[in-house]
Design a protein around this ligand. Structure first.
Ligand SMILES: [Zn+2]
Length: 224
């Protein structure tokens, strides 16, 4: 998330590719004010330490880590085990550090011009957090006809960073430690589907979607 007026930004879920993140920050002269973690799976948390080291080396201030600190503790300390499980080189990923700012359901991420509301959405992982903004300006790719070159439009509205709860046409996997499908479906129905229909959903993987589209079309959640 970046504020183009002030250069302040928040990095969400740096799973890896820290040099690519660093290039992005440098090209746009952004200052990282916070790192927010939705959950401590390796593909979301495995790059936190490396990113902090990178930022310290490039003379920036080490940003505070915002994360949950009740249900994700075990997961946070198991990153190298997760690497082994997925056949990834263990040395490249470090355990996620303890949060500097502990957040839980209902808390505000209040950083620079960003005011996001933290929503505890267990199911994919026990301490999973989504982040909701009443109003953000974002760029959306629109292709008028399938197969045509898409163009970018700028819109302002409510935005949900959904992590690995809700995807376009799918939901997060529930077969990893601490996962539970019934819990995930309740999290989505009771905590995400009550958000405004037009809310832009930006999942942790895959294309954007909206609350309205997923209520209507998601095969895991359609009400019979
Ligand atoms: Zn995950």
């Amino acid at each position: 998330l970046s504020d183009t007026d002030t250069g302040d930004c928040v990095v969400v879920d740096p799973g890896g590719e820290v040099e690519r993140i660093g290039r992005y920050l440098e090209e746009r002269s952004l200052r990282v004010k916070a790192i927010f973690l939705t959950h401590a799976h390796i593909d979301h948390a495995g790059g936190i330490v490396a990113l902090m080291e990178y930022l310290e080396k490039s003379n920036s201030v080490k940003p505070p880590l915002y994360s949950e600190n009740e249900f994700e503790i075990e997961m946070r300390g198991s990153i190298s085990r997760q690497a082994a499980m997925f056949g990834l080189p263990e040395g490249e990923y470090q355990n996620a550090p303890e949060p500097d700012v502990v957040v839980k359901d209902g808390d505000l991420l209040d950083v620079g011009s960003f005011r996001g509301r933290v929503i505890h959405t267990p199911g994919h992982s026990p301490g999973h957090l989504a982040l909701y903004f009443d109003s953000l300006t974002f760029v959306r790719s629109v292709s008028p006809i399938e197969g045509q070159i898409s163009s970018d439009v700028t819109e302002t509205g409510s935005v949900l960073l959904a992590g690995d709860t809700l995807f376009a046409g799918s939901i997060g996997r529930c077969d990893l430690p601490g996962g539970d499908e019934a819990t995930l479906l309740s999290s989505i129905r009771e905590k995400l589907f009550i958000l405004p229909d037009e809310t832009r959903v930006m999942p942790g993987h895959g294309p954007d979607t909206s609350i309205a589209i997923e209520k209507r079309e998601n095969p895991y959640l359609r009400s019979e």
